[in-house]
Design a protein around this ligand. Sequence first.
Ligand code: GLY
Length: 377
Amino acid sequence: MRNLTGEEQQWVRDVLKKIEDKMVPVTQRNLDKIPYTTKDGKFDDKSASEITWWTNGFWGGEMWQLFKLTGNEMFRQQAIEVEDKLDANLMITEGLDHDNGFKWLPTSVIRYKLEKEPKSLNRAMLAAGNMAGRFNMAGNFIRAWNNWDNVDRRGYAIIDCMMNLPLLYWASEETTDPRFKMMAVAHADTAMRDFVREDGSVNHIVVYDPETGKMKESLGGQGYGVGSSWTRGQSWGIYGFALSYRYTGDKKYLETSKKIADYVISELPDSYLVPIDYRQPKDVDLEDSTAAAITASGLIELSFLLDEGGDKYLDAAIKLLKTLDEKRISWGLDTDNLLNNCAVDYHGDGHNMSIIYGDYYFIEAVMKLAGNALCIF
Ligand code: GLY
């Protein structure tokens, strides 16, 4: 990776200062919450309403990153509170799924790595064991979701799962038992074969026959439709395959991350404001800032892993982050969130909102540029 220019280094310092200036008072006025989004600029609280919600680890992860950035003990205490609250989720099997990674990597795994807290090890191993139990041996994939609302999802795998695999890689490193890693690798190979198209665009959902493991169909999922290119899914792909390379050293995952990244860079609009789907109708201006932030962090990860040829990924990442900073972030104290114009999916009504993981990945990405981010994923 090239060194940052003097101007870029100054920009990184300025943004980190703005993050600290905002997040100290915002955290102080939101103690005890696990936010997902904002209503009238104020964080909601998923710990009160839905402890099993898939995003409930990100606030903890944000707290750990901010503790690293500032040394302020308040952030550490809040991170531990989130982790403690997630214990309730460990007793609700219906609320455990492949997103155990998103919940316990930014909470228990990182705390265990930092502090060797035995409770954190227990929690993370329970989460990893449960995730491993979702592996389908006929199809070599990790089942994503449960049968909520009576939909049969026994054969569902999704691109997002690439970001959850580090929980399994970590479990093998921690226990020296290779089985967790074997499952992660088998899933990554399946995803490389069935999710990533020739041009670097990706499927969101692939459905397999749960008995035979044969691929049945792909679904548009949270994107525009079958065969489209959901931007957050693309970002999970860039970042997730880069991570599988980091954990295994297998170059085919690095090449896959590059392939997805090259496609994304070719599709980014001149504005660098990221749509919900790269194949949504041209006259639709729906946006997703979370995809911009995750893409940026994934591209930085990729550029770190490459011996050469990584500059174009770093350049695109910095442009995405600067665009968010200038056009899509509320830096004032009148709102709790950072990023605006986030979207849950294309067809639902969760548009033009704040979403906690958008904030998390923006902070993580800028801290990576400063060489100061905790390696949570
Ligand atoms: N993992 C679900 C999403 O990205 O919305």
